[in-house]
Ligand binder design. Sequence first.
Ligand SMILES: Cc1ncc(C[n+]2csc(CCOP(=O)(O)OP(=O)(O)O)c2C)c(N)n1
Length: 541
Amino acid sequence: MTTVATALVELLAEAGVQYVFGVPSGPWAPYMEAMRTGPVEFVLVSNEAAAGFMADVCGRLTGRPGACYGTFGPGATNLSTGVGSALLDRSPLLALTTEAPESMLHRTLQMAIDHQALFRPLTKWTTRMSTTNLRQTIRRAVQVATAEVPGPVHLGLPADLGRQALPAEASTVPMLLGQAAAPPTAEQLQAIADLLRQAKRPLLVAGLSCLRATGKEAWHTFVERQQLPVVLSPMAKGMLREDHPAYAGVLFHALSDIVAETIQEADLVLAIGYDPIEFNYEEWLPAAPLVHVDTVPADVDASVHLAAEVVGDIGTVLRFLATLPPLAHRWDLQAVAERRQRMFATLTAPRPTLAPSQVLGAIQELLPEDGFLTCDVGAHTHLIGQLWRTAAPGRLIMSNGWSSMGFGIPAALAAKLCRPQHPVVCVTGDGGLLMMVGEMATAARLGLPIVFVVLADRHIQLITVKQERQGYARYGTLLYPPGYTPASHYFGVPVVTARTEAEVHEAIAQGLQAKGPVVVEALVDPAEYDEIILRPHKPPI
Ligand SMILES: Cc1ncc(C[n+]2csc(CCOP(=O)(O)OP(=O)(O)O)c2C)c(N)n1
């Protein structure tokens, strides 16, 4: 007999789902059994928020929906933190939760809240499953989750559904991954070419949507031929190497005032795949017209002069741009190079005490180019966003749309599960570690060889910097009392404490050779953050 549980697991496998992450409950037992004997693996985590983050990262890396599970009420609310990441960082995801059975739907019930209401603002679609709609609902959910702009779908499973027999369905929606956006018209493409030709200093800006687009080779052809300065959003890192002559820097992150010097010289901004979820246009655009190319319209206020908007398939636009003959622009690439050098020199200036930039330098030296770096959210993210050299799009995994602390550790677990052949390093602040230290048990149990580098400065440092910039005293930001020494292991994951650059280097080198997870706790002095992060993105008006 086909039950709902066995059919659901088969449908997930058909959609390309390899893992379901979560914390089980009684009503989920039939699904666990279907996974134990079936084609999808269940991965127990310590907190459902991690399950959501892991599903998000699997979605990003595979283009197939990631999947996660949480039980009634608190399971679902925990899960919702990770589901929000898939929404604002744009990953296809299926969030499964146990809901009240039909008979108890409007009754008082232990743990139960309205999951449909909970997930409505966090998803592209939320619905409740039944035996009559299961197959077509899952197929439709996969289509919705993977269609541009990708995101999460919530599927509520009534508690008594799993063991029920599933009748055959006559007609079903096909299992299609989301369709690409429609190609733009020839007139729209020509309008971009005309504006580029008329401009003297057109600036190229690549954003998060580029990661999902085809046409990356065409993009490189275009950049090589035109040699126009390129600015990236943090999540688009890897679209151009940081040592490329046209590379001008990353928006929003450390020393963005130096990047702004180039931005301010532009007389046209061609923003490709730019998703304002990372940083609103008005925050950084110069007083110049904007050309917006994305799968959705630009979200701008009245201060922005939108000269052209091309809503559709980004790859088609990139392939068109690659055909343009060289433009006669007036950019001073020497000045761009000088700013780039100044920026990197400032970010790596020698420091008397162990600085986060030195720890990053050691990782950069030791992590091969095919490796993945995941990072958490904090002052260190601002440093990584500008300093880290990213070999290819997607190799630096961060959350800049949702920007949730606690993202980095589960992201690393998911990266290693989805890309077992590639080395994976995670960088997190100590605040982020505290949020997700339970997942060390998951890493240990799965035996995943990941190096977790903790930048231990004993504070939630980004907030101390913000307090000081606003003229307030430090308050409520100290994590540990003075005299803190790291533990020797977290749930069986060995911890190596590093106090100098040489110790950091040695510990990471050893960690990358290890057969299982390792934590390197680098006792850093966060002083450098004060000078390099949260810089102005525009000159004062
Ligand atoms: C879930 C969540 N809570 C709070 C914040 C606000 N926040 C952003 S960064 C930060 C501090 C992070 O501290 P830590 O992990 O130690 O990293 P550091 O800033 O020291 O690099 C906080 C509290 C957030 N982004 N996400």
